[in-house]
Design a protein around this ligand. Structure first.
Ligand code: NAP
Length: 341
């Protein structure tokens, strides 16, 4: 079996570190591994399959010099904007975790459970975009329901974990919690989040746009339509909550036809990468404590609207560093490899 030279840009970050773990778990066919980060982390070490690898500074030429086949990018949009094309021009396929390329027409935006066929477009620019973390878990649920009953509108409220803002987001929440127990929480100046996150919820992720939605909310709207190839109505409210890991979502779905909860449960039980946990009387439903550190999207609280027979409400949780980033990226790479054969 062919093995590939793999670069990870952002190797010391939350997503980068998880990419190494997922590649180990999935026994991804790695030949040479090249961890890349900024000059600040160059020389530090990461561990992969029991071996230490030195982190190297990202440069324009490194992809060509090291004959990279697959380059995962997770170092922020500005780094992808500046460096992804050097990787693509050197002949590597870029799988980009940032929002930078997602809505460009000639760049596929892929969730392998929903639109694997779009990977074929990769050759146009040599880049495949990984969607926003909140979008991925939602479309994994919407796709099988849309195929069966036709969706015309989705309303979603998110409950997004601190680690969605990277390692520094996680550290800020932990620091505030420590300071609370020292009776010094009022001394904490928020740096990553707009307000204190400990013991709070913040209805503000990314910047506000002219239409009064945030950029994060509009990512969920636009990316869902691109992945599902459908101009369905989507409205999102994105909220940061004091959870370390795993985003949750309350989703209301309007269908073209009447639907009942039992039928929806059956469809979702058979859907790839979905686990249904829906026994409320037994106190069983998805929660971040269940989904964290796993590769599945958990769905439950599936119930029909009390007024409309064509409307369903449900609740889901998924590890956004895995399902919403690293796992999806590695699954894209696996599909891409299948297409090369
Ligand atoms: P993070 O924990 O802050 O890590 C950022 C990484 O980028 C670090 O490895 C950092 O290396 C590297 N980096 C920063 N500036 C660089 C530069 N100029 N050149 C080379 N490397 C540089 O962030 P993250 O959460 O992993 O997120 C990374 C990207 O993935 C973001 O675009 C984010 O929106 C996206 N994403 C994140 C999540 C999530 O749940 N966290 C989910 C989906 C998508 P140094 O150690 O050298 O600073």
């Amino acid at each position: 079996m062919r093995k590939f030279n793999v670069a990870v840009v952002g190797a010391t970050g939350a997503v980068g570190e998880e990419l190494f773990r997922i590649m180990e778990e999935f026994d991804f066919p790695v030949n040479e591994l090249l961890p890349l980060a900024s000059a600040k982390s160059a020389g530090t070490k990461i561990e992969f399959k029991g071996k230490e690898h030195k982190v190297v500074e990202l440069t324009e030429k490194v992809f060509e010099e090291r004959d990279i086949d697959i380059a995962f990018f997770s170092a922020g949009g500005s780094v992808s904007a500046k460096f992804a094309h050097f990787a693509a021009e050197s002949g590597a396929v870029v799988i980009d975790n940032t929002s930078h390329f997602r809505m460009e027409l000639d760049i596929p935006l892929v969730v392998p459970e929903c639109n694997p066929e779009d990977i074929n477009l990769w050759q146009k620019r040599g880049i495949i975009a990984n969607p926003n973390c909140s979008t991925i878990q939602m479309v994994q649920i919407l796709k099988p329901l849309d195929d069966a009953y036709g969706i015309n509108r989705v309303d979603v409220s998110t409950y997004q974990a601190a680690s969605g803002a990277g390692k520094e987001g996680m550290e800020e929440l932990v620091y505030q919690l420590q300071k609370f127990f020292e009776f010094k929480l009022d001394e904490c100046e928020p740096k990553i989040f707009a307000h204190q996150l400990a013991f709070n919820v913040i209805p503000h992720i990314d910047v506000f746009l002219d239409n009064d939605y945030t950029k994060e909310e509009m990512k969920m709207v636009n990316e869902t339509q691109k992945i599902l190839h459908k101009k369905m109505e989507v409205s999102a409210t994105c909220v940061r909550v004091p959870v370390l890991r795993s985003h949750s979502e309350a989703i209301t779905i309007h269908f073209d036809k009447d639907i009942d909860a039992a039928a929806a449960r059956e469809i979702l039980r058979k859907a790839p990468s979905i686990v249904v946990i829906d026994e409320p009387s037994e106190k069983k439903y998805p929660m971040p404590s269940i989904s964290s550190d796993t590769n599945e999207t958990y769905v439950g609280r599936i119930r029909k609207d009390t007024y409309r027979n064509n409307v369903l409400h449900l609740w889901c949780s998924a590890d956004q560093i895995r399902v919403g980033a690293a796992t999806n990226a590695v699954r894209i790479a696996q599909k891409w490899i299948e297409l090369q054969d």
